[in-house]
Design a protein around this ligand. Sequence first.
Ligand SMILES: NC(=O)C1=CN([C@@H]2O[C@H](COP(=O)(O)OP(=O)(O)OC[C@H]3O[C@@H](n4cnc5c(N)ncnc54)[C@H](O)[C@@H]3O)[C@@H](O)[C@H]2O)C=CC1
Ligand SMILES: O=C(O)[C@@H]1CCC=N1
Length: 256
Amino acid sequence: MVHVSVIGCGHMGGALVRGLSAANHRVTACDVDESALEDLSGVADGTTTDLEAAASAPIVVLAVGPDIAGEVLAGLGLDPDQTVVSVAAGVSTSVLESTTDAAVVRMMPNLAAEYGEMAAAVTPEPTGDVAAVLADLGTVVTIEEDQMDLATAINGSGPAFVFYLIGAMQQAGIEGGLDSDDAAALAAQTFKGAAEIALQSDESVDELIDAVATEGGTTIEGMEVLWDSDVEDVLGEAVTAAEERSAEITAEVGEE
Ligand SMILES: NC(=O)C1=CN([C@@H]2O[C@H](COP(=O)(O)OP(=O)(O)OC[C@H]3O[C@@H](n4cnc5c(N)ncnc54)[C@H](O)[C@@H]3O)[C@@H](O)[C@H]2O)C=CC1
Ligand SMILES: O=C(O)[C@@H]1CCC=N1
């Protein structure tokens, strides 16, 4: 069990608090807005609006907006024997390091941290307790700093893109006559199950599609529609738009 403070308990920070608590770590949840802490009082070991009180943990997760991340981190006055894990999109490791004496890990997580199913990109590679704590939240991949904008789009923003696709599948079911709860369950579980196969299998995505598409059956008819469409290009454009915004945030934060 490691003591971790999470500063900023909105959507991402709240998910991290829940995931860390579920993994039996000692979690202090800190936010300037008391209402953000209400739902976490039964989850975290402690909740506080006092940033100074939260700043003593050996691992401090910074989950405030990119526009204030540097200012909040500077105000914490962390020591070199502490580690700050910043999840702020677009805020570079060098900006963070110029703001604190603590060791810095930049991480792009996603909301599935709440369920221990996070996909996260980190730089540099975490070690010791920090590595162990992050691994308790899901899959952690070490990448280069200049790949963080892309990771922000793929696995940080990615859940929103997947929710959109789940919604489209769900809607097709509802329009075909399925009960809305049934359509929601079938669509979401299908994404979860397909993701599990993709993670567990050694086969390529094309081989997996082939495994679903029984000869002369139904799947190939749907796949022909997808292959003839521009869905793949449009998804690529969505990733690029998010990636470009991450780079813009870096420029905005650097200018301050
Ligand atoms: N929402 C997501 O799925 C992801 C978000 N992130 C990053 O996480 C950070 C937070 O994003 P969200 O949770 O979406 O935003 P949010 O707006 O839901 O949460 C931000 C929280 O920070 C609190 N806050 C503001 N000023 C503060 C201060 N001085 N001290 C302590 N707390 C303060 C706010 O009261 C709020 O609860 C951002 O930097 C974002 O780039 C990263 C990956 C995924
Ligand atoms: O939308 C955002 O800026 C944040 C970063 C990745 C996911 N949410």
